[in-house]
Design a protein around this ligand. Structure first.
Ligand code: R5P
Length: 299
């Protein structure tokens, strides 16, 4: 029988080769951290602001993410199959933001299709404390059983529905721990006060979602920094990257915190520098265009 994955033996021991290899694409073995770009929001939110045309949002960010989290629909229609990005496939769903109960999710994508898509991990939400808690936890157990048969790790997303605004260490710690007890190989949750308690009581790596766009990029960088300092293994971040006016600068700044251990101030400097460069490049292109138009009209 395969050894259980824990933070201590993560990526190191005699874990099944395929499982280990897939995990290493998501959480980099050199520093045990990862930057996952989340673009799965449409599965229950529809055309989320600045993700209305997924390909346009995703393409410039691809070279800067360690992995990409999304549904099979957006993967097939909006991501170039020739680009070698590890995919974390969301396989749960079945509800919408205007429906009755967000917690009533089921597994909607088969493991067979996930294998066809050459994914590195499967992701599903669990709804601890919500009406469909039981169903989502049993689904997690079943998905782990199936994933392990094929060496595919499972990311459990500790979802906080409309009715569950509790984002404290007690609730999130409970949800993360339960996810790991069911065999999840990675857990995604939200940052909160006393986050180190959440990480400490969860034996598998924990990554954080960014949540709704914060007031400034600096706020999102601080959130990332605090989470990493408290023991998070990385981020699975969406809106705070691609709802920024400068998404590439933002993902690079987040990545510097995750992989290069830079401070919030240093990350913000990186962001501002890249933002400035992007503005200059845009202004130059606009100038060249105007000059070309002038040349044509005066010819
Ligand atoms: C939510 O359930 C989705 O799975 C998102 O992937 C997750 O919330 C991360 O995205 P964001 O950083 O925008 O919260």
């Amino acid at each position: 029988m395969q050894k259980r994955l824990t933070k201590a033996n993560f990526l190191e021991d005699d874990m099944d080769w395929g499982l280990k290899n897939r995990l290493a694409r998501i959480i980099k073995p050199n520093d045990r951290r990862g930057v996952m770009l989340a673009v799965d929001h449409g599965y229950f939110l529809g055309p989320t602001e600045r993700l209305e045309e997924p390909r346009k949002t995703i393409t410039p960010l691809l070279p800067h993410a360690d992995s990409l989290m999304l549904t099979r629909g957006v993967l097939r229609t909006s991501v170039d199959a020739n680009f070698p990005i590890p995919v974390v496939l969301r396989v749960s769903g079945g509800t919408s933001i205007i429906g009755k109960d967000l917690s009533n999710e089921k597994i909607t994508t088969s493991v067979k299709d996930a294998i066809r898509l050459n994914v590195s991990a499967l992701a599903m939400s669990i709804f601890v404390g919500a009406p469909y808690e039981h169903e989502s936890l049993v689904s997690l157990g079943n998905l782990v059983n199936e994933g392990e048969e094929y060496g595919i790790p499972i990311l459990a997303v500790t979802a906080v529905g409309k009715e569950l605004e509790k984002r404290d260490a007690r609730y999130l710690g409970l949800a993360c721990r339960i996810a790991s007890e069911f065999g999840a190989h990675l857990v995604k949750t939200y940052y909160c006060e006393n986050f180190e308690k959440v990480v400490k009581s969860c034996p598998v790596p924990v990554i954080i979602a960014g949540g709704p766009k914060l007031a400034t990029e600096l706020d999102a960088l601080k959130l990332t920094y605090d989470a990493i300092q408290s023991g998070a293994s990385g981020v699975d971040m969406g809106r705070n990257i691609w709802q920024s006016d400068h998404p590439v600068a933002m993902i690079k700044a987040v990545k510097a915190i995750v992989h290069q251990n830079v401070t919030v101030k240093e990350a913000h400097e990186i962001f501002k520098k890249l933002k400035g460069e992007a503005k200059t490049a845009k202004a130059k292109t606009a100038k060249v265009k105007t000059a070309k138009v002038k040349a044509v009209t005066s010819a």
